[in-house]
Design a protein around this ligand. Structure first.
Ligand SMILES: Cc1ncc(C[n+]2csc(CCOP(=O)(O)OP(=O)(O)O)c2C)c(N)n1
Ligand SMILES: [Mg+2]
Length: 569
């Protein structure tokens, strides 16, 4: 059957099971938009800026484990997607971005809104395509989705010249892809798995470091079995948070620059590290020359390029985390590691790492604690970047699988609001809280318009310190308190929310925190709370840049109240 290029794209998206597209139209993508109403299965959500479309597709993909889709016109539409594509690239998120391009005869002529978006996105996509004829569209879309979601997931961009959207071609959707050069390794090498099992079985002070790979491969049960059988403490990276319940007796929470002090101490003392689906980011390892000085390292990852990239590895296992752990568990003997676990528990008692100041002011950590209390930990938390992000990682307890969504690798301010929108669209039955900074929020604040128009019931908590807070903290610690370009004014966020048609509340005092959160939860639609917090509150613990994990700064000892670790439910 003959169809237009635009219809072929829509039909192919339907075949891929796509339900939602985030985007903005324009001249070079108009024919595609014109075809959309013929496909009511495809819900289009009109964002206010293409960066919002890419982040929304990213949040949607992380939360639903499907491929997120965003769409933009050529030129500025396409370049506005770039930050969002880079964000998905660094955090291995499967999104497909479809961009309009000028018609084929205009390519290379600096035509109106012509930009070489495949050139620009080459280093930040897993793969990209400039479509050359309508007849190849179906095959390219099939391949693009396959590449985005298989192996190590990542973003794919498909650039479609305007005339190809109008041209007609025979439609045939391929049933499988044929990519001889692309065969991700799923099964780990049996010899390597045997060696790893031997090392684990003989370990005295083992720890697991679990990353987002566990979530991507859905290896929650396999991880738990390994940890419980061999009684191995489980530590996560920032993006690994919620791959293992934080109330579990073997959970020692997050490592890294703002990880728990006791966790970083455990890495320092460990004799065997089992790194699972993580990539030794420098925010996780701190100074690599001082990372895990006594440990043999087993690294399980689907991407061979990650092996030995940042940290020396003794036993690499390339494969899908779930498949590898499944094979590994058959070779693991039960152990107890009583003294080692006791040691970690003692360190945790001495360095609880989630203590807060005894302050009359409104502390951000308290706000997050209260969101946890009121939602009973059942919410999905989406963060901005900066202090707000680190407090959200530290002071909410993540027991629900895949419940923290945050920009890790790129650290993209402005990710929070549009990503939360994508999460809520993908998971309408979940409670979704966007915990954001006043600076981050102002970077994509316009998505309030989308949230209002589509009635996406995201709950927004702005931790408003009037600063680009994380940078201010670095200036306080390492730049002689010279606060250059970090004090930040903002609009009246409640009035802004109201102007968009959302209710909002400003909260300045501790007593108002819980009633405000409850009011937001009771309200059926989106709701914003502007928490005016202590302006110069710092994030502790902190490993200073250049230091090793064990050289961690803790909160000043005077006047702290320690929050008790939650009991295991
Ligand atoms: C797009 C972008 N620009 C700049 C930075 C550098 N940066 C990191 S954290 C931060 C401050 C964030 O301020 P805010 O959102 O208010 O969060 P806070 O740290 O105050 O909680 C800045 C400027 C960044 N991460 N992303
Ligand atoms: Mg701030």
């Amino acid at each position: 059957m003959k169809m237009t290029g635009a219809q072929i794209i829509c039909e192919s998206l339907v075949r891929e099971g796509v339900e939602v597209i985030f985007g903005i139209t324009g001249g070079a993508i108009l024919p595609l938009y014109d075809a959309l109403p013929q496909y009511p299965q495809l819900r289009h959500i009109l964002v206010r800026h293409e960066q919002g479309a890419a982040h929304a597709a990213d949040g949607y993909a992380r939360a639903t484990e499907k491929v997120g889709v965003c769409m933009a016109t050529s030129g500025p539409g396409a370049t506005n997607l770039v930050t969002g594509i880079a964000n998905a690239h660094l955090d291995s998120v499967p999104i497909v971005a479809i961009t309009g391009q000028v018609a084929r005869p205009f390519i290379g002529k600096d035509a109106f809104q012509e930009i070489d978006i495949t050139g620009i996105t080459l280093p930040i996509t897993k793969h990209n395509y400039l479509v050359r004829d309508a007849g190849s569209l179906a095959k390219i879309i099939k391949e693009g989705f396959y590449l985005a979601r298989t192996g190590r997931p990542g973003p794919v961009l498909i650039d479609v010249p305007r005339d190809i959207q109008i041209d007609q071609a025979e439609f045939h959707y391929p049933s499988k892809v044929d990519l001889p050069g692309y065969k991700p390794t799923l099964q780990g090498h049996p010899e390597q798995i045997k060696k790893a099992a031997k090392l684990i079985n003989e370990a005295q002070r083992p720890v697991i470091i679990a990353g987002r790979g566990v979530i991507i491969s859905g290896a929650y049960d396999e991880l738990k079995q390994l940890a419980e059988t061999a009684q191995i403490p489980v530590i996560t990276t920032l993006l690994g948070i919620s791959c293992f319940p934080e109330s579990h007796i073997l959970s020692y929470r997050m490592l890294g620059m703002h990880g728990m002090a006791y966790t970083n101490m455990a890495i320092d003392a460990a004799d065997v590290i089992i790194a699972i689906g993580m990539r030794f980011d420098d925010r996780a390892t701190a100074n690599v020359s001082g990372f895990a000085p006594h440990a043999h390292i087993i690294h399980i990852d689907i991407d061979p390029a990650e092996i030995g990239k940042n940290v020396r590895v003794d036993i690499p296992i390339v494969g899908d985390v779930k498949t590898v752990l499944d094979a590994l568990k058959k070779l693991i003997t039960s152990s107890e590691h009583i003294d080692w676990i006791q040691q970690l528990d003692d360190w945790r008692k001495e360095h609880p790492s989630t203590e807060i100041r005894n302050s009359e002011g409104l502390l951000p950590q308290l706000v997050i604690r209260k969101i946890h209390e009121v939602t009973q930990g059942e919410a999905i938390i989406v963060t901005g970047v900066g202090q707000n992000q680190m407090w959200a990682a530290q002071h909410f307890w993540y027991n629900k699988p895949n419940s923290l969504i945050s920009s890790g690798g790129l650290g993209t301010m402005g990710f929070g609001l549009p990503a939360a929108m994508g999460v809520k669209v993908g998971c309408p039955d979940d409670t979704v809280w966007c915990i954001d900074g006043d600076g981050s929020f102002q970077m994509t604040i316009q998505e309030l318009g989308t949230i209002a128009q589509e009635n996406v019931a995201v709950k927004i908590a702005i931790l408003n310190n009037g600063y680009l807070g994380m940078v201010r903290q670095w200036q306080e610690f390492f730049f002689g308190k010279r606060y250059v370009a970090t004090p930040l004014s903002g609009p009246d966020f409640v009035k802004i929310a109201e102007a968009y048609g959302l209710p909002g509340l400003k909260v300045k005092h501790r007593q108002e925190v819980v009633p405000a959160i409850e009011q937001a939860m009771e309200y059926q639609g989106p709701f914003l709370i502007d928490f005016v917090i202590e302006p110069e509150e710092n994030v502790y613990p902190m490993v200073p840049p250049g230091a090793a994990l064990a050289e961690v700064l803790e909160a000043p000892k005077e006047e702290v109240i320690t929050w008790q670790r939650q009991s295991t439910p």
